[in-house]
Design a protein around this ligand. Structure first.
Ligand code: AGP
Length: 609
């Protein structure tokens, strides 16, 4: 999705803006642009279709100017093109960058056109530039003009406005799209993600919904949604400056796949005792809430939804608590019936996914006992707006394809299941066994990663295929879905997942030698059933690729390639069996030459509906 960076300093800011944009590239975008004020009244703007590097290459000599804004655009209104790239300007003096969608832009545009404003793009954003300009013409200060404009906007926005006539300030407004102010010494910054500003500061103020702020080199003035001046506390970021580096790996995705043993260690740290899990991992009030929970509703999107589906199996089987799972974009538009004593759990890597956030906000009025976020970003809207939170501690995830965020979500959800089980008479021996299984996960993940060369070879057999089926049963069905999603998003091969027992109800008709079938076969209570499903495929000439436990007794032959995984506790198999599927997608994408970290048409954090 779109990214915003802004800076106001005594030094030239163009390089800071470009570096900020580079650090936001992972979010996915199609064009980039920036504007700086070189001297009062002199606005310089540069935009390019394509990568941030194309923008940097277009800068012939450094752009002078201490106040500037920059943007990476992911098209919503209007095709990806230079004319639609941000910043958008009004009267060649006022520039705007914007994340989100202005839903009433058409009616606002019609009114502005009647006032004589001419539009030079197809974007919804351009109305903001002209509206602020129009308000300025009535004598309002830049701050007042932005506040008056914000009141008329419907939809979601994070916007930054720069007026070359008042070059000593930036004015920003937040409603639905995150914005963070970075505090420097004699210089200040703004961005849609603190990661963009780590090279220049570690002190951040996170704006709240409805905030409008004026930022100068030495001051930050914020008014809340009601127009009252407010102080928002500054927080120190502990994210590593190098979080945006590949650490010697060819792609962020590969680095993040290999980060997983350590990420899981971090997710487990200080959350487990010898024979139980600590409620406090979810917040100080968690114990009181968990003692009352009778039902859990989980809401999430994409990969995070797949982790929710695994959690449903675990919750009902291990903790004896009923659980429903739903995609956020569906849930938010239903009128769900909330059972008494229900806990709402949202799952999100970014904590800014528009549908998940909207579902949380909608659900707050439905009578849930409490809301709990499982999330990787502590300062995200989802965490801040939930009663309880589990931080997955995966570290910054840059690759669009989610990897370590997923496995650490699974760890968090496993701890949640056990925490709820502790309040619901879980067998103490089972609880101790599960705690032990969680503790042994990092080593098992390390061992699984040693299979990479075998999986790389296997990938060669997929690269010329157009379709693939992934099969799993029980808690491996969501892992099959996750494997199919990974393959789709980075290799562009169509992939579907089926609960293996469903094959005979339709998909068997698809089986032939051109449709590779990936099977996930840990040694669990459904193994024998799964073997029957594998035979159904073999009998129809299908070629199978089986990821199996060493003891599962699958043998490679001309119609079946078997990759043996280390022994793992059956309940932890969803975490372990995810890794070979991530590696398979990665190596297929490498052979196909796709853009692994920024696959076409996708964004890391989907902050629009
Ligand atoms: C994962 O590979 C995807 N890129 C995507 O499905 C992602 O999981 C989804 O957009 C939800 O994001 P979130 O976890 O940040 O809410």
């Amino acid at each position: 999705m779109c990214g915003i960076v802004g800076a106001i300093a005594q030094r030239d800011v163009a390089e800071i803006l470009l570096e900020g944009l580079r650090r936001l590239e992972y979010r996915g975008y199609d064009s980039a642009g920036l504007a700086v004020v070189s001297e009062p009244g002199q606005l310089q703007r540069l935009r390019r279709l394509g990568k941030v590097q194309a923008l940097a290459d277009a800068m012939i000599g450094p752009l002078a100017g201490g106040t500037g804004i920059a943007h990476t655009r992911w098209a919503t209104h209007g095709e990806p093109s230079e004319r639609n790239a941000h910043p958008h300007v009004s009267a060649d003096s006022l520039a705007v960058v914007h994340n989100g969608i202005i839903e009433n832009h058409q009616e606002l545009k019609t009114a502005l056109e009647q006032d004589g404003y001419r539009f030079s793009s197809d974007t919804d954003t351009e109305v903001i530039a002209h509206m602020v300009h129009k308000a300025r013409q009535t004598g309002l200060s830049l701050f007042a003009a932005v506040r008056a404009t914000a009141k008329q906007l419907r939809g979601a926005y994070g916007t930054v406005v720069l007026d070359s006539e008042e070059p000593d300030k930036l004015v920003v407004a937040r409603s639905g799209s995150p914005l963070v102010i970075g505090l420097g010494i004699g210089e200040n910054f703004i961005a849609s993600d603190s990661l963009a500003l780590l090279p220049v500061t570690r002190q951040f103020i996170y704006l709240e919904e409805g905030d409008v702020a004026e930022i100068t080199r030495n001051t930050v003035y914020i008014e809340d949604a009601r127009g009252n001046p407010v102080e928002r506390p500054a927080q120190e970021s502990t994210a590593s400056y190098d979080a945006g580096n590949k650490g010697g790996y060819r792609h962020f995705m590969l680095k993040e796949i290999y980060d997983q043993p350590q990420a899981v260690r971090n997710a487990l740290e200080s959350r487990l005792a010898e024979d139980h899990v600590l409620d406090q991992a979810f917040g100080t009030q968690a114990g009181d809430v968990f003692a009352r929970v009778k039902h859990v509703q989980i809401v999430a999107c994409g990969t995070s939804y797949h982790s929710a589906m695994v959690a449903r199996y675990w919750l009902e089987s291990l903790a004896g608590i009923s659980c429903s799972v739903e995609i956020a974009s569906e849930y938010r538009y239903r009128k769900p019936v909330v059972l008494p004593d229900s806990l709402l759990v949202t799952i999100s890597q970014s904590g800014e996914t528009a549908d998940t956030l909207a579902a949380l906000r909608m659900a707050r009025h439905l009578g849930y006992l409490a809301t709990l976020a499982v999330c990787n970003v502590g300062a995200s809207s989802l965490v801040r707006e939930s009663d309880l939170a589990f931080m997955t501690r995966a570290g910054v995830e840059i690759g669009v394809a989610s990897t370590k965020a997923f496995t650490t979500q699974l760890v968090g959800l496993a701890i949640l299941v056990l925490a709820l089980g502790q309040h619901n008479d879980i067998n103490p021996l089972l609880l101790t066994e599960m705690v032990g299984a969680l503790k042994s996960l990092p080593e098992q993940l390390e061992e699984t990663l040693t299979l990479a060369p075998d999986i790389e070879k296997l990938a060669e057999e997929f690269a010329d295929k157009h379709h693939t089926l992934f099969l799993g049963r029980g808690d491996q069905y969501p892992i099959a879905m996750e494997g199919a999603l990974k393959l789709k998003e980075i290799s562009y091969i169509h992939a579907e997942a089926y609960a293996a027992g469903e094959l005979k109800h339709g998909p068997l008709a698809l089986i032939d030698e051109d449709m590779p079938i990936v099977v996930i076969a840990p040694n669990n209570e459904l193994l024998e059933k799964l073997k029957s499903n594998v035979e159904e495929v073999r009998a129809r000439g299908g070629i199978l690729y089986v990821f199996a436990d060493r003891d599962a007794q699958f043998a490679s032959d001309e119609t079946m390639r078997v990759i043996n995984l280390p022994h793992t506790h059956p309940w932890m198999a969803p975490v372990v069996y995810t890794l070979p599927l991530q590696l398979l997608s990665y190596y297929v994408a490498i052979i196909k030459g796709t853009d692994v970290d920024q696959p076409r048409n996708l964004a890391k954090s989907v902050t629009v509906e």
